[in-house]
Design a protein around this ligand. Structure first.
Ligand code: GLN
Length: 437
């Protein structure tokens, strides 16, 4: 079924860069055989996955949507992929993205932009735009994306689907081509909370091969998501949720209106809604991009044309080149502790302030993206593009979990509600999203 939909719609949407028809069919056959022989099947049996093209899947092209790696075949399965395969999830193909995940629109893919199925003619958001568009156009059940500064939540918001970035370290990043290793996190996208939960239950967990992996036990997210509306609303009733004034100040008024309605719904379930300020909002983007430039620069040094594909500087697009050049410059200045060290200090400030705000509440609620998506091809200045990220980078800088789900539409364009919680309180976000669904 999905194969037929992909073959029909992918040429115009460009959500998938590569489709593994044969291998998907043979995986499905294996499951059928297991069932026929009375063997136990995995928890993801029959669910079809799309994977962002920066996560290693054996024998697939892991291009990160760059010419640099256009001929690079994954030589192993990333930890998350191993886990999905163990649970009989079927991997159908690799999803389009911004080159090396550096962007918010999926327009910087070497393989062309992705169309937003929910708002034709507009960008799907990014950088996991293919992963969100594949869900919005019903080409598969669940996709994986990576989120460094919003790349799961931003496209989820623009395409009207659900996206979830777990607590930093909750999901192994082993096998992910990193953009910024101190911020990156892998997470799922789907059109329902139970899909998100089943994927999370599979991919979370300690990985001894990964140095940032967290040794933390999480409850079953699937049990939570499927416990029935009454019970979910009971749980939400006991929550205290926070809206931040500065989030509203930077956001388009039409988006604010839709978000207010969602917050009211949560209030109507009995949750206590409070307001507060976050004074470091202007610090977030400069801090994020400084760290991103430096860490990305360092991670690209292996793409020198010897072991992997082409030399990155020779073939990459302008945003990737900007980050390499800036990252190189900042790193050179670092002996005097001029930028990166300051950025790390700013990050501590932001993290402490967010944790302080969260210490008194269960969730922070607000918009995911401060403005509506632009039309594909409309050329934005880098600063305008970065401005999309102001509300999403906070969760990465603070290492906290965050999800986005559709709150409503403005002129037919989806608008996402963002829910953020304390580290390891991922279940509270799942609960609330399931209660709202
Ligand atoms: N848009 C942000 C950036 O360009 C976030 C990217 C991401 O989360 N991968 O860095």
């Amino acid at each position: 079924n999905f194969i037929a939909t992909i073959e029909k719609n992918n040429p115009s949407i460009n959500a998938f860069l590569e489709i593994n028809k044969e291998s998907a069919l043979s995986q499905a056959k294996k499951i059928d055989e297991k069932i026929k022989n009375g063997l136990k099947i995995g928890s993801l049996a029959g669910l079809v996955f799309g994977i962002k093209a920066n996560i290693n899947v054996e024998d697939r092209i892991i291009s990160a949507a760059s010419k640099t790696l256009e001929n690079y075949y994954g030589s192993y399965d990333a930890t998350v992929i191993k886990k999905i395969k163990e649970q009989d999830g079927i991997i159908i193909g690799m999803c389009n993205m911004d080159e090396f995940a550096a962007g918010s629109s999926t327009e910087s893919s070497y393989f062309g932009a992705t169309e937003n199925p929910a708002a034709p003619g507009h960008i799907p958001g990014g950088s996991s735009g293919g992963s969100a568009a594949a869900i919005a156009s019903e080409m598969c059940d669940i996709t994986l994306g990576s989120d460094t500064g919003g790349s799961i939540r931003n496209p989820a918001s623009h395409c009207g689907v659900i996206g979830f970035k777990p607590t930093y370290g909750a999901v192994s990043r082993q096998g992910l081509l990193d953009l910024s290793m101190s911020l990156d996190q892998i997470g799922p996208l789907s059109d329902n909370v139970s899909g998100i939960s089943m994927a999370l239950d599979t991919i979370v967990g300690y990985d001894e091969t990964e140095c940032t992996s967290l040794n933390q036990k999480f409850p079953s997210f699937t049990d939570i998501a499927t416990q029935g509306h009454e019970k979910l609303q009971e749980d939400v009733k006991d929550m205290k949720v926070l809206c931040i004034n500065q989030f509203k100040d930077v956001t388009d008024e039409h988006i604010n209106k839709i978000i207010d309605e969602s917050v009211d719904k949560i209030g109507d379930m009995g949750a206590e809604v409070v307001e507060s300020s976050f004074d470091y909002i202007d610090l977030c983007l400069p801090t994020y991009y400084l760290i991103n430039y430096v860490e990305f620069f360092s991670s690209t040094r292996k793409y020198d044309g010897r072991k992997y594909g082409h030399k990155i500087e020779d073939v990459c697009g302008e945003e990737v080149l900007r980050r390499i050049e800036m990252g190189s410059y900042i790193s050179q200045q670092e002996f005097s502790g001029k930028y990166y060290k300051k950025a790390l200090q700013a990050r501590s400030l932001i993290r402490n302030e967010i944790n302080k705000l969260l210490s008194d509440v269960d969730l922070i609620l607000g918009p995911t993206v401060p403005k509506l998506p632009h039309k594909i091809g409309e050329k934005l200045e880098p600063m305008e593009m970065y401005a999309y990220d102001v509300l999403t980078v906070i969760a990465n800088l603070a290492g906290i979990p965050a999800g986005s789900m559709k709150a409503g539409e403005y002129n037919g364009i989806p608008v996402g509600l963002q829910l953020q919680a304390k580290p390891n309180d991922d279940d509270k976000i799942i609960k609330t999203m399931a209660a709202l669904e």
